[in-house]
Structure formats: structure tokens, C-alpha cells
Design a protein around this ligand. Structure first.
Ligand SMILES: NC(=O)c1ccc[n+]([C@@H]2O[C@H](COP(=O)([O-])OP(=O)(O)OC[C@H]3O[C@@H](n4cnc5c(N)ncnc54)[C@H](OP(=O)(O)O)[C@@H]3O)[C@@H](O)[C@H]2O)c1
Length: 334
């Protein structure tokens, strides 16, 4: 990655993914860090000097990602954390470890809410606690995790720099408005609808979170980012993390004009997480929509509809049985 984003894309903000600002002393938590975009975002943050907590649901896959970063980034500072985002108990336990200072740094500068089911099941499936699986993984689990970490993020903010949460959107969110009355697709389910609906909900939550954080005077920013169309067959081989077959490389190679590697796709997520020029409530993604260097983008329709956003938020509060601790986070930051 040697290109540099033209300064004209964002006044005064040339951005070179290969030359990130120095992130020494900062700590970031990444969900779904053992593979794909989450892995490459973690690697890029570690290369810039950040301490990175790699979270995932499988200890062996997490260990492989941890070892890969240590091998590829000399001096990297990484730890692992078991976290299944579809399981509220696991989310709460993992967040408690972060809050309890189990990790090398007693701060949290940002969380990348990345884990997700991309190849969604053909038939509607439920989690153990009865939530539709794709919604529970991509949206609701992260809604709970962000709430659980809000006070820690607020405490880590300083006068010059707010801590950040970044939600994973998708180009597909331009296609649909969520139906807050059927957020778990009980009425009509299909695999594509489940994916798009979950991502539109994520987009709504990311923008609504920022509005609520501003209202409550909490110095934490919420940003939505997407990686365009980033595919494994165009991504460098990393042992135990990304080992596509020859056939997948050939197949994905045919999609070169409108796709990019997951390593490049991760650049938009990393920029959204660390660039001081990014503001809360913004939407970031690749310049040519499916590929390219990270630039600020026009948000999807749902972002401009406060009523839908509010209803999505309230439905997530109801299903998760929580309210975000805005007042506590604002006090903690003072
Ligand atoms: N790739 C794209 O073009 C694209 C486009 C738009 C948006 N996105 C979004 O970007 C994110 C990452 O996508 P990707 O392409 O990197 O996918 P990926 O290669 O399939 O990686 C998904 C990651 O999420 C983890 N995950 C899935 N379910 C989980 C759970 N219940 N708990 C914890 N971790 C879980 C996976 O862990 P396991 O290994 O344990 O399954 C894996 O680490 C997703 O949110 C996706 O919707 C991707």
C-alpha cells in the first residue's frame, strides 16, 4: 500500500495507509480479529505502535492471528480476548475484563465493531437466547459491547482527542431502509435480506449513537465505515489467517476491476478509527465505493431519518434489555 489519498478528498487531510500516525501508548479492541478485515486492521494498528486486543470466539484461530502479527510485525504489542458477539454473556464477560484492566494498558482509545456473518444462513436461525442470528451477531452484540465499554472509552478521552467506536457498514445499506417493527425478520427471511437489514441497523445505530453521545456531552465519537468489496482471494496469504485455495484466487482474480484485498479494505476502518480529521457521525469508505483509498462518503438514507434511527435504537434497547450509561460516561470523563 504505497498510494496516498489526495488531499483534495478531505481538506488538509492527505492519508497514507502505509504511514499511519504514531499510535504508541494507545490501546484498541477489535472484534472478529482472527480473520479478514479485522485481522488486517489489527496488524496495521500494531505496526503503527498501538497495543491491540484481538478478540474472537475461537481460541485456536485467535492464537494463530496473534502469532501471525508477532511474526509479521517486529515488536508488535498484541493480546487476545475470547468474545462471541452473538452471546450476550460472552460480550459482558469480555467487556468486564477490559474494564477491570486485565490488559497491559488501563485505557481504551477505540473499539472496532467488526465481527460479522457475511455468508448468512439460508434459513432463519436463532441464538441460544432466541435472537435472529445475523442481527444478533452483526448488530445487537455490538450494541451491547459498545454500551459496556462506553465508560472506559469516555475515561480514556482527553481534551485533545476523543476515544472512538467504529461500526461496520456496507455499500448494500444504500439499498434498504430497516423495518423497526420486524428487525429480526420474523415476517420474511432470506439470506441477502438478513445481511442487508443487519448492516442498515448497524448504520442507524452508529449514527444515532453519535447524536446521543453529543446530546449527553460524552466525549466519545461514533463513526461508521465500510471496506467496499474486499475479498480473500485477492488478499496476501497469512498462515492460519488467510489461506485461500488456488481456485479461489483464480475466481476472485476475475473480480479485480471492482474489488480489493482485505488488507486494503481494512484501511478505511483504520482511518475511521485513528485519523484526527474524522468527526463523530461521519461515514468513511473506499474512494471508488468498492475499492480505493479511504475517503469520507455520503451516508445511506437511514442516517438522515431520525425517526427510523430512534425506533431502531429503542428496539435494540428493548431486545438487549439495556440502556446506554450516558450519564455515568459523561461523569467519568470529567
Ligand atoms: N468483505 C467485504 O467486502 C465487506 C463489505 C462490507 C462489510 N463488511 C463487513 O466487514 C466485517 C468483516 O468482514 P470480513 O470480510 O472480514 O469477513 P470474514 O473474513 O468472514 O471475517 C469475519 C470475522 O468475524 C468473526 N465472527 C463471526 N461471527 C462471530 C461471532 N459470533 N463472535 C465473534 N466473532 C465472530 C469471524 O470469526 P470466525 O473465524 O470465528 O468465524 C471472523 O473473524 C463484517 O462485519 C462484514 O459485514 C465486509
Amino acid at each position: 500500500m504505497t498510494e496516498r489519498a489526495p488531499a483534495s478528498d478531505r481538506p488538509g487531510a492527505a492519508w497514507d495507509p502505509a504511514r499511519l500516525p504514531d499510535l504508541s501508548g494507545r490501546m484498541y479492541l477489535i472484534t472478529g480479529a482472527n480473520a479478514g478485515l479485522g485481522y488486517f486492521a489489527s496488524e496495521q494498528l500494531a505496526r503503527a505502535g498501538a497495543h491491540v486486543v484481538l478478540s474472537g470466539r475461537n481460541p485456536n484461530r485467535l492464537a494463530a492471528a496473534h502469532d501471525a502479527i508477532e511474526a509479521r510485525v517486529p515488536g508488535a504489542s498484541v493480546e487476545t480476548l475470547l468474545l462471541d458477539v452473538s452471546n450476550p454473556g460472552s460480550v459482558r464477560a469480555a467487556a468486564a475484563s477490559v474494564r477491570g484492566g486485565l490488559f497491559s494498558r488501563a485505557r481504551l482509545d477505540g473499539v472496532l465493531l467488526n465481527a460479522g456473518i457475511v455468508h448468512t444462513p439460508r434459513r432463519r436461525q436463532l441464538t441460544r437466547d432466541g435472537r435472529e442470528l445475523v442481527f444478533a451477531t452483526n448488530a445487537l452484540g455490538h450494541f451491547v459491547l459498545a454500551a459496556e465499554l462506553l465508560t472506559t472509552l469516555a475515561k480514556s478521552s482527553s481534551r485533545n482527542r476523543s476515544a472512538r467506536m467504529v461500526w461496520l457498514g456496507s455499500v448494500s445499506t444504500h439499498l434498504r431502509t430497516p423495518d423497526p417493527t420486524d428487525i429480526q425478520l420474523e415476517g420474511r427471511y432470506d439470506a441477502w435480506r438478513a445481511y442487508v437489514q443487519s448492516k442498515v441497523v448497524v448504520h442507524a445505530l452508529g449514527i444515532e449513537a453519535d447524536a446521543r453521545l453529543r446530546d449527553a456531552d460524552v466525549p466519545v465519537q461514533s463513526v461508521v465505515a465500510h471496506p467496499g468489496y474486499s475479498i480473500g482471494g485477492r488478499t496476501p496469504r497469512v498462515q492460519g489467517v488467510n489461506e485461500p485455495s488456488r481456485w479461489k484466487r483464480i475466481r476472485d482474480g476475475f473480480q479485480s476491476p471492482w474489488s480489493q484485498s482485505k488488507e486494503r479494505g481494512a484501511a478505511s476502518l483504520v482511518r475511521a478509527l485513528v485519523d484526527p480529521a474524522v468527526r463523530g457521525g461521519e461515514y468513511w469508505g473506499p474512494r471508488f465505493l468498492t475499492h480505493g483509498l479511504p475517503v469520507r462518503q455520503r451516508p445511506s438514507r437511514v442516517a438522515a431519518d431520525p425517526d427510523v434511527r430512534r425506533r431502531v435504537w429503542e428496539e435494540c434497547e428493548r431486545l438487549a434489555g439495556i440502556e446506554w450509561p450516558f450519564a455515568r460516561a459523561a461523569r467519568a470523563a470529567r
